[in-house]
Design a protein around this ligand. Sequence first.
Ligand code: GTP
Ligand code: MG
Length: 227
Amino acid sequence: MLEDRITIVIPAKNEEKSIQGIIEKCQKYSNEIIVVDGHSTDRTREVAESMNVKVYLDNRKGKGDALRVGISKASKEIIVFIDSDCSHDPDGIPKLVQPIIEGKADHVTGSRMKGGSDELHGDVGKFIRMIGSDIITLGINYRFRVRLTDSQNGFRAIKRDVAVSLDLRENITTIEQEMIIKTLRKGYRMAEVASHEYRRKYGDSNIKVSKVCFRYVYSWLKYLLFG
Ligand SMILES: Nc1nc2c(ncn2[C@@H]2O[C@H](COP(=O)(O)OP(=O)(O)OP(=O)(O)O)[C@@H](O)[C@H]2O)c(=O)[nH]1
Ligand SMILES: [Mg+2]
């Protein structure tokens, strides 16, 4: 049964309006759901704790730190990461894990380039994010001779033992590209499935591109060139 093979890790920081709906939808696909709360100042933790899921706190360092906490607590064969702001549809989970279940991949990411996105185009900020993320993906593709289309998607599935072996270090959202680069560097297989990204339903973004862009470039070059 799929539900017995998957741990779903949900990072959440100030997502009191969306966390309940996400958990309820995820419960269809897993009987181990882990919410990692980023010391929310709203009712996120309270809501999660009132449901039948495990709730842990991160170490106040960012989303990457939260995913690491999730990995360390997960016990099933496959870990699925899904954002708590309604950007990703939990009903996409069976399709996301399919390449792993079929033995064709060790790590699968959702691709906004294949599945579309409400947020990729339309203003200068989105343009910069898209160009930046495309350049990062290109570097990965040429370095490892793969043809990925999205290196930044937070909706992904990875074998638990592979995730543990990657020794992930990034504290913020740069963990997404780190996870892909280290997967490929270690010779594991990547796959992508089309996945639509929705605009966050409520609340505010936790990311400021101007604050994190140097870390993206630094971590991209570091893991690409030096491991
Ligand atoms: N535990 C934890 N979760 C976080 C932290 N930062 C972000 N998150 C969660 O990680 C997910 C992605 O963060 P977002 O702020 O939506 O980042 P984004 O998707 O790039 O930005 P948006 O365009 O606003 O959706 C969301 O579910 C957040 O609640 C953090 O420091 N700790
Ligand atoms: Mg988001």
